[in-house]
Design a protein around this ligand. Structure first.
Ligand SMILES: *[C@@H]1O[C@H](CO)[C@@H](O)[C@H](O)[C@H]1NC(C)=O
Ligand SMILES: *[C@@H]1O[C@H](CO)[C@@H](O)[C@H](O)[C@H]1NC(C)=O
Ligand SMILES: *[C@@H]1O[C@H](CO)[C@@H](O)[C@H](O)[C@H]1NC(C)=O
Ligand SMILES: *[C@@H]1O[C@H](CO)[C@@H](O)[C@H](O)[C@H]1NC(C)=O
Ligand SMILES: *[C@@H]1O[C@H](CO)[C@@H](O)[C@H](O)[C@H]1NC(C)=O
Ligand SMILES: *[C@@H]1O[C@H](CO)[C@@H](O)[C@H](O)[C@H]1NC(C)=O
Length: 558
């Protein structure tokens, strides 16, 4: 039974597909090697970055070593989004991308409209504006998937921007039968320009506070890594070990030492004018489907024997997995097993310590485990609701599971200062080894800040990961990526999928080549039929956690 529940990949098509993936990966990697960083000939002051945005910013950026600065430059360049030509102010909706006037077309392919498992399906997407005129520039943010609701099958498509108003989407055909194409305009390029500007000009649009308290005196103060300069003196809470900066305005009558907690203060309102807001309308141009000009589905035939196929040159990467009968099948070489009984899960986790660090999207896994394992009991540490720390124990099976949120700019309810920890420091205090699993998920709370802040945070976490793997080899490190979510105008301003996507690219680039495992929450959410949610619903979490188990217990695959 167990062997049956565990999915095996014996499909030659997928092996072929992987081979192509490796080739593409190598090609991309070579592009990386060929990249020549832009070096300014002028003398650069040691603590001033080469990024012209940074010196006028009121955000504090930790100084970088030349090597880290070079990496930052390379990552920023490789994740640069295509520029959308600036529209004359005031922005008129008429000239921006309109999903209702845009269409996609399934291309006939090399076999003239016949597809087999293992082939690729190519789709051309032509965007047009609200007056129906084809767009001439790129930069729209499109998400695509191929799916079959009855088979509960789905896979994310890879989109290529041709920068002329047309886009290609490429899908791997991984199941037999009907396959339906879905294309969604998340944001127009014009909307992306607005989001980009918001991060440059309003990186403090989500603000934070701390309570200061001593004796009978209490004061609250604003805190941030992006704190606008005023006459008020600052308290400097820069972490001495990681160098992560954090500041509060100094309270009038209390010392900086009197800071007792950290919490989200709120969201600045009315940051966009009426015209700009029109770029983010649910049902109009915010996460809206684009229709097909012809058929939107194809029938996929069984795989053809001995059929070698050539990969399209437009593909930049393949999917990391796909759903079939509601179960995620990873294509990265790991067999994803269905740990669908609590005893199978306990067996897998027996003797293990699983430490989870990050935001609420990782806390969801902690909660899932507690619910899935009757033997696992949460110990009441009287921790605040969102922040943790949490500890769960299964004494009989010697299982320990913990959760702790990441450091500022965590947007949670009040967290005592002494519980405010940076992941890198936590990892430095951890005893790792073969029975230790570390799960990291840190992305969502960085969306409104300049990318440089996220890059620095990941660099310090990565250094700690490398130290841990060096001292305690055998420690299993698993990273949960970002995922798309439901979007309204205000959700977009604070946490658009575009911000998440860009951070996700940085995360992947940053941990590439390390002995860490990714769980591709992005594709697992995108490929699934359930609506996008910051906290994906249980069927998706179950698959993610199953994927985690398959890394912890690969041999249980049967
Ligand atoms: C769990 O896996 C077993 C095989 O080990 C299978 O028979 C059963 O249908 C699965 N249950 C669920 C709810 O998926
Ligand atoms: C930032 O500094 C660079 C030199 O390091 C300079 O060329 C650029 O003009 C400055 N930008 C602003 C906005 O001050
Ligand atoms: C846009 O570029 C793609 C790729 O180069 C090309 O196939 C397509 O015909 C172009 N579309 C237009 C409208 O020029
Ligand atoms: C804050 O403290 C750090 C660490 O001591 C120091 O490097 C940095 O210069 C300080 N920043 C400010 C603005 O005082
Ligand atoms: C600080 O103390 C002074 C003098 O006791 C008092 O007038 C003032 O209101 C206090 N300010 C704050 C912000 O508590
Ligand atoms: C596409 O889907 C429709 C409706 O589900 C179905 O009738 C049709 O046969 C499908 N077309 C192909 C080419 O599979």
């Amino acid at each position: 039974m167990k062997a049956k529940a565990c999915l095996r990949r014996e499909n030659a098509a997928i092996v072929l597909f992987l081979a192509a993936f490796v080739l593409i990966f190598l090609r991309r990697h070579m592009d990386d090697l060929e990249f020549q960083p832009k070096v300014k000939s002028t003398i650069i002051m040691p603590k001033v970055s080469t990024d012209p945005d940074m010196n006028r910013s009121f955000c504090t950026f930790k100084p970088l070593s030349p090597k880290d600065a070079l990496e930052e430059r390379r990552i920023l360049d490789s994740t640069a989004w295509p520029e959308t030509p600036l529209l004359p102010a005031p922005i008129s909706l008429e000239q921006t991308s309109d999903p209702a006037h845009s269409t996609f077309t399934i291309l006939p392919g090399m076999k003239g409209g016949q597809w087999h498992v293992g082939d690729q399906l190519q789709v051309m997407i032509q965007t047009s504006d609200f007056q129906g005129r084809p767009k001439k520039s790129g930069g729209d943010f499109l998400l695509t998937r191929l799916h079959n609701r009855k088979l509960e099958a789905g896979v994310a498509g890879q989109v290529v921007d041709h920068l002329n108003g047309s886009y290609s989407a490429v899908f791997s055909l991984l199941w037999e039968g009907d396959a339906q194409v879905e294309v969604t305009l998340v944001h127009s390029g014009e909307a992306i320009s607005v989001l980009n500007r918001l991060n440059r000009e309003q990186p403090d649009r989500i603000y934070f506070k701390s309570l200061f308290h001593s004796g009978s005196l209490s004061e609250t103060s604003f805190c941030n890594v992006c704190l606008r300069p005023t006459q008020q003196p600052l308290c400097n809470y820069t972490d001495l070990r990681t160098g992560e900066p954090w500041f509060c305005y100094k309270p009038k009558n209390l010392s900086c030492d009197a800071r007792i907690n950290h919490y989200i203060g709120g969201y600045k309102q009315n940051l966009l004018n009426a015209n700009e807001e029109k770029l983010f309308q649910s049902g109009v141009n915010l996460k809206v489907y684009i229709r097909a000009s012809g058929p939107a589905n194809v029938t996929v035939l069984p795989q053809k024997e001995g059929q070698l196929k050539v990969k399209s040159s437009t593909v930049t990467s393949g999917p990391s997995g796909y759903y079939y009968q509601g179960v995620w099948r990873a294509l990265g070489g790991t067999t994803v097993c269905k740990f669908n009984t609590s005893s199978a899960i306990s067996q897998c986790l027996k003797g293990k310590a699983v430490h989870m660090y990050g935001d609420s999207t990782v806390r969801q896994w902690f909660e899932f485990l507690n619910a899935a394992l009757p033997g696992l009991k949460e110990f009441d540490l009287h921790s605040p609701k969102q922040t943790g720390p949490y500890i769960s124990l299964d004494n009989a099976n010697n299982i320990l599971v913990t959760f702790r949120c990441h450091g500022p700019p965590i947007r949670f309810s009040p967290i005592p200062t002494r519980e405010l920890r940076y992941i890198a420091n936590e990892l430095d205090g951890l005893n790792g080894g073969h029975n230790t699993v570390v799960v990291l998920g840190i992305w969502s709370h960085f969306s409104t800040f300049p990318m440089e802040i996220y890059i620095r945070r990941l660099q310090s976490i990565r250094r700690a990961v490398v130290r841990l793997l060096n001292t305690d080899p055998g420690t299993l490190i698993v990273i949960r990526t970002a995922n798309p979510k439901a979007l309204t105008l205000s959700e977009t301003i604070s946490n658009s999928d575009w911000y998440s996507l860009q951070r996700d690219k940085v995360l992947r680039a940053m941990f590439k080549g390390l002995n860490v495992h990714l769980i591709d929450a992005w594709e697992m959410t995108l490929a699934h039929h359930l609506p996008h949610n910051l906290h994906p619903p249980p069927p998706i979490i179950k698959n993610m956690v199953n994927h985690l188990f398959s890394y912890i217990c690969p041999q249980n695959g049967g």
